[in-house]
Design a protein around this ligand. Structure first.
Ligand code: C2E
Ligand code: MG
Ligand code: MG
Ligand code: MG
Length: 290
């Protein structure tokens, strides 16, 4: 009788369950070397100013092409790092990649561009993120104002854990962004007390925005909120020309999404930026001669 089979037994004999644990174990085992040998790296996705169309910033996103499993998703990497005490080592690697990108970006167009990295909520409880960033930026001679730290509402819900480090980061000059905004439950009053420079509205609210009047109302409210507090509204998950049109009309400031570019390795990003700048030059040359 299948019904008499207990949950525990079912788990033990389900080959799918076993496969998952084997995979986890293997990933945890391989993680340290992958960090040390920099098989894991940050890829970067550009963020566009919706008014000028210029690339104004970038987000670093962790990528790991595993020899056996293919690309491992960021949440799976983050979880494995937490399970193996490698959270700090992983974020140090990403922070170094961020500094390297800032150095490689051509000064002519990007002297004020910022690069964002993600810090998961639990990291603040594991080590001093602010101090780590100070150390890495000092070693690379990077202006801290050019680094943006993306945190989620979960991190600021526990002010005891993140509060002091957030203040420390603010003092050091990092920019702060609140990621995945709109799907959690931040106290708006508390948000105001932190020096958040950007609100990143969650992708689930943005994609196909022109087809959802509820989501349009949400974004409109957030744009009003952003204006009143002098906080930039960033939209992520922008996938179509219709999305761009609607979000521009609503007054959003910065956009990120597959419509513009997918996350890519640093060298591919350099090529992409060069092409984008060539296109813009041709464009203005056309206009000048027309
Ligand atoms: P996030 O910080 O909200 O990052 C945005 C995610 O949306 C990225 O997924 C990006 O590839 C994806 N994305 C961007 N534009 C579009 C679009 O137009 N359509 C769709 N469908 N997706 C788009 P990714 O790289 O898989 O990362 C997922 C999440 O994992 C991130 O969400 C972030 O919470 C976390 N994460 C990624 N890299 C890191 C990292 O280095 N450290 C930490 N702590 N977390 C990271
Ligand atoms: Mg993010
Ligand atoms: Mg997000
Ligand atoms: Mg997210």
């Amino acid at each position: 009788h299948a019904k008499q089979t207990g949950r525990k037994q079912w788990r033990e004999f389900d080959p799918k369950f076993k496969q998952i644990t084997d995979r986890q174990r293997q990933i945890e085992q391989d993680l340290k070397d992958a960090i040390q040998n920099e098989v894991i790296t940050a890829w970067f996705q550009p963020q566009m100013d919706l008014k000028s169309g210029a690339v104004v910033s970038f987000e670093a996103l962790v990528r790991w092409l595993h020899p056996r499993f293919g690309y491992i998703s960021p949440p799976e990497i983050i979880n494995a790092a937490q399970a193996t005490n490698l959270s700090q080592a992983l974020t140090v690697l990403i922070a170094r990649n961020v500094c390297a990108l800032l150095k490689a970006l051509p000064d002519r167009d990007f002297s004020a561009a910022t690069v964002a990295l993600n810090i998961s909520p639990r990291e603040f409880a594991i080590y001093n993120v602010a101090k780590m960033l100070d150390d890495v930026t000092a070693a690379h001679g990077i202006n801290r104002q050019r680094i943006e730290v993306e945190i989620t509402e979960e991190a600021i819900l526990d002010p005891d854990i993140a509060g002091e480090q957030l203040r420390q980061m603010e003092t050091s000059g990092y920019k702060l962004a609140l990621d995945d905004f709109g799907i959690g439950y931040s106290s708006l009053a508390y948000l105001i007390s932190l020096n958040i420079g950007r609100l990143k509205i969650d992708r689930s609210i943005i994609t196909n925005i022109s087809e959802s009047s509820v989501n349009q109302a949400l974004v409109a409210a957030m744009v009003g909120f952003g204006r009143a507090l002098d906080v930039e509204i960033v939209v992520e998950g922008v996938e179509t020309a219709d999305d761009v049109k609607a979000l521009t009309a609503m007054g959003c400031d910065v956009a990120q999404g597959f419509y513009y570019a997918r996350p890519m390795p640093a060298d591919a990003l350099m090529d992409w930026l060069q092409q984008a700048s060539n296109l813009a030059q041709n464009d203005s040359a056309h206009r000048a001669s027309a």
